[in-house]
Design a protein around this ligand. Sequence first.
Ligand code: CO8
Length: 367
Amino acid sequence: MTGTYINATGLFTPPHAISNEELVEAFNRFVALENPARAERGEEALAESNAEFIFKASGIRSRYVMDREGVLDPLRMGPYLPERPQNSLSLQAEMACAAARDALANAGLEPSDIDCVIVACSNSQRPYPAIAIEVQAELGIQGFAYDMNVACSSATFGAQNAKSAIESGAAKRVLMVNPEVCTGHLDFRDRDCHFIFGDVCTAVVFEGEPRGHSWEMVGTRLHTTFSSNIRNDSGFLDRHDGSKPSDRRKLFHQQGRRVFKDVCPMVADLIKAHLDETRVPIPEVKRFWLHQANLSMNALIARRVLGRDATAEEAPVVLDEYANTSSAGSIIALHKHRADLAVGDVGVLCSFGAGYSVGSVVLRRVS
Ligand code: CO8
């Protein structure tokens, strides 16, 4: 057989969880501390957050985080992730190695079997050297490695890169990892978004031939359209552009309603066009491993594709437990919800988010 196959996935789940109730309690304590000072300055009082609203608006019940204490401390309102010495493994590389080891064990492979590492995620803790090269060195992998970022769509765009590398002969086996420290670029003082994200890392092993429980990449389709409706303005010019590190726009910010309205039809149309191109009739798709940002978004996308509501089995949900984990969300769904499918079954892995960006990967189980 020729082509590219997903032969294993891996998952690193951070050791700490925060429920909506715990997050809201910390937020409301922050509001109670902040409002007297705001009143003295003549500023508008901050409104409290509400766990019921969070679940109703998003479907999120909890999230995993790399640091719980800092996020729940009303005097800090953010994770404490201390800088490490240069001779220590970086935080993202540590998460990536944990997920990679899980994927390699699931594949029955050794690091020496891999010859390309891609770190694909929505934020990198430094510009260079690439986190991927650090992961490569830590695991003892030969060949080449690089980082890439297409926000929430990083993993599906990374899957396209893995396929290209294998089918061009540039690599034999590709390891992609998605270390997302979303809490590091989230404003926990903003009730509109403090509940949205969690931390996690996923990993995927791509090979040129099937082995074990294997999924053929039938096709990929990528799309981008520029929008500022999901944006983060932090960058290497921060020290030189007259801005302050505390400026709100240096963290994640979005027009949530606009994103919802713009992105749902874009994603549904892309999935339908992609299935048409790969000659897979829509009723034959057994599973949609969708990006995990918002439950209503996923319900609407599935309804637009299927012409009816998807069942819980057809469009599995992990955001209730993990929240939005950016690029890793659809891969967590794939990792946890594919073992029950039969040889010959087809599923669609699909991510969408900032950019705007959308990526679709049609997968067929071959063994
Ligand atoms: N508690 C109580 N009330 C609240 C809260 C809260 N926590 N938050 C907002 N409200 C209030 C609002 O103030 C508003 O009040 P009013 O009506 O009086 O003005 C009311 O509730 C309704 O607010 P919204 O209109 O904002 O509520 P929505 O129903 O639109 O829900 C969502 C908000 C959940 C954000 C929703 O719009 C959504 O999920 N949209 C889709 C967004 C999306 O998918 N974005 C993708 C972003 S991820 C991505 O692309 C990756 C980026 C890179 C990663 C970044 C990592 C940090």
